[in-house]
Unconditional design. Structure first.
Length: 132
């Protein structure tokens, strides 16, 4: 049993540190992704907090990339597609502004600069933070 723990620790040490691990017990940094957060056609449903939809394929790409990470980090490179980093930043702000009213107190899109988790990428990135 001791060897299993050592192997797990070694594997954890080898993994790139991008998303918080389950062993990180601080409420703020544990990734929480409710099962009822999902895509339904063109709409993304935030469970009991409502849904959001986009006509713009660029906005949809950004939200889809973030939601596919299920609370983990998405780098600006992953988010930008064929746009620049400034476009990504301003579009994320617009997406956050358009969240359903019920969602605004529970769902935030945070950057590596805004977030207080210990484990985050060394480059600019965003994640969806869910607070129950």
């Amino acid at each position: 049993e001791k060897n299993i723990v050592e192997i797990k620790k070694k594997k954890e040490a080898e993994k790139p540190k991008v998303t918080p691990t389950e062993t990180d017990k601080t409420a703020e940094s544990t990734t929480v992704w409710p099962n009822n957060f999902k895509w339904e056609g063109k709409d993304f449903v935030f469970g009991k907090y409502g849904s959001i939809s986009f006509i713009s394929s660029d906005r949809k790409h950004i939200l889809k990339t973030l939601t596919d990470k299920k609370g983990g980090w998405a780098t600006i490179r992953e988010l930008q597609g064929n746009k620049d980093a400034g476009y990504v930043r301003s579009t994320i702000k617009q997406i956050e502004d358009r969240l359903p009213k019920e969602a605004k107190g529970h769902i935030k899109i945070v950057s590596t600069q805004d977030d207080d988790t210990i484990e985050k990428p060394n480059e600019g990135a965003y994640r969806i933070k869910v607070q129950q």
